[in-house]
Design a protein. Structure first.
Length: 158
């Protein structure tokens, strides 16, 4: 993981960068007509998730927000070998969406003129092979130390 800080018109921001991932498990299910993984792939993913959670707990942390949107599939190592041209040829150029005020007013300072939609790598859950079933946990914004009390209980017992 890499970290840097940036000072901009909207204040100071700490930025954390991890390795890029292919898609969330929720995303590949949404890209599927059956919304299921092959049984052997589902077993591999479940085993990796159990190991990842066990490792976090062994280090004294709880994820706090574990769901299919926060479990990512790792990219193939060959993805790093693609040139920008090959990337665009295979998946298309970035989609730039303009940012506009709904009332037609000009954008205030510090608001970008456009946003870039995430790339869709055209994967469906039923097409994920056992070799591609490698996960990466993400979004640790709700993580907490194992023995800390939380303001919001994870499970209501009443």
């Amino acid at each position: 993981m890499d970290k840097f800080s940036i000072q901009g018109p909207n204040g100071h921001h700490d930025c954390y960068v991890s390795i890029p991932a292919r898609a969330s498990l929720a995303g590949v299910k949404d890209g599927s007509w059956i919304r299921l993984f092959q049984p052997n792939v589902a077993r591999i993913l479940a085993a990796q998730l159990a190991l990842a959670v066990e490792f976090m707990h062994s280090q004294g942390y709880v994820h706090g927000d574990l769901h299919l949107g926060n479990i990512l599939l790792k990219l193939s190592p060959s993805f790093d070998d693609l040139s920008i041209e090959e990337l665009y040829e295979r998946y298309g150029p970035p989609e730039m969406d303009p940012v506009i005020h709904l009332d037609g007013k000009p954008l205030p300072p510090g608001v970008p003129s456009h946003g870039i939609a995430p790339i869709w790598l055209r994967e469906a859950s039923e097409d994920i092979s056992p070799e591609e079933a490698r996960i990466l946990l993400s979004d640790f914004g709700e993580a907490f130390r194992l023995h800390e009390s939380r303001n919001t209980p994870l499970i209501h017992l009443w």
